[in-house]
Write a protein that binds this ligand. Structure first.
Ligand code: CA2
Length: 145
């Protein structure tokens, strides 16, 4: 049976492609979903993309992934830098976790340089635009082979 990857997205990423294209690009979260579904099919992986503007919503998405997914790709957005709750939830997930940031957080404000989620992530991609999600999916295929 095809392995399932959940792609979790945090606050404001529903606005991707609609605001601040100079930082986050012109493509939308629907484009990310379509690109990952297409590549997932090539790699033999089923993908499902979710987004929440709420910290607890992301925690619950991780709980759902515990039952339904073999791997998590997560862009926790601003909660990357603040959320022990999301880190704690990810620590209950047994499969691989890859953290993705569209922008290069290390080139930005100092408060974006620390990530709680990186304490759990098996890999981190930053600054490669939305292509980072597809690169994370390729790595998932390797990790789950
Ligand atoms: O670069 C990333 O992917 C971030 O996770 C994006 C977060 C930011 O807080 C992190 O430091 C880095 C912000 C997401 C906001 O997304 C928007 C997209 C389009 C328009 C406005 C916001």
């Amino acid at each position: 049976m095809a392995k399932t990857i959940h792609i979790l997205n945090g606050p404001n990423l529903n606005l991707l492609g609609k605001r601040q294209p100079e930082i986050y690009g012109a493509e939308t979260l629907a484009d990310v979903e379509a690109n990952c579904a297409r590549l997932g099919a090539e790699l033999g992986l089923t993908t499902a993309l979710f987004q929440s503007n709420f910290e607890g919503g992301i925690v619950e998405m991780v709980h759902r992934a515990r039952d339904e997914a073999q791997g998590i790709i997560i862009n926790p957005a601003a909660y990357t830098h603040t959320s022990v709750a999301i880190l704690d939830a990810l620590n209950t997930f047994e499969g691989p976790v890859i953290e993705v940031h569209i922008s290069n957080v290390h080139k930005r404000e100092a408060f974006r340089h620390h990530s709680y989620v990186s304490l759990r992530a098996d890999g981190v991609i930053a600054g490669l635009g939305i292509q980072g999600y597809e690169l994370a999916l390729r790595r998932m295929a390797t990790l789950l082979a």
